[in-house]
Design a protein. Structure first.
Length: 131
């Protein structure tokens, strides 16, 4: 039953440009679709794994800003602007990942440069009193 409902929703959303005549309502549906995809990806990462990622919003913004500038200021075709925005957001994600991978020594999760205290030394912090 869930699968049938999902297929019906995809068909209704896919055919929306043919039966939604008001440009404002169509724009609202498109924006709702884009933000729901963003929300689902954040739910997958934050909700199921507990990892906070602000990279989603950053790369989403890079793609959106690139597409808007190319289509509005340089008057490129929206389709070409979309492809260039996808490529630029992907390239920036690749560069960020390459930077993290280059500094990761495998001692901790991610590209953290923080090192643990040498063995035998007590970590700094408030002095503990013995009872």
């Amino acid at each position: 039953m869930k699968r049938v409902v999902g297929v019906v929703l995809v068909v209704v959303a896919g055919t929306a440009p043919f039966w939604v005549w008001n440009a404002y309502h169509l724009h609202t549906l498109i924006m709702a679709g884009i933000f729901s995809i963003l929300a689902m990806s954040l739910n997958l990462l934050l909700g199921y794994t507990g990892q906070l990622s602000l990279g989603h919003a950053a790369f989403f913004g890079i793609g959106a800003y690139t597409s808007a500038l190319l289509t509005l200021k340089l008057e490129w075709s929206p389709w070409v602007g979309l492809l260039v925005a996808i490529l630029l957001a992907g390239l920036s994600a690749t560069l960020v990942y390459a930077r993290i991978a280059a500094t990761d020594d495998g001692s901790s999760g991610g590209g953290s440069r923080r090192r643990s205290a040498p063995r035998g030394r007590r970590p700094r912090g408030p002095a503990r009193r013995s009872a």
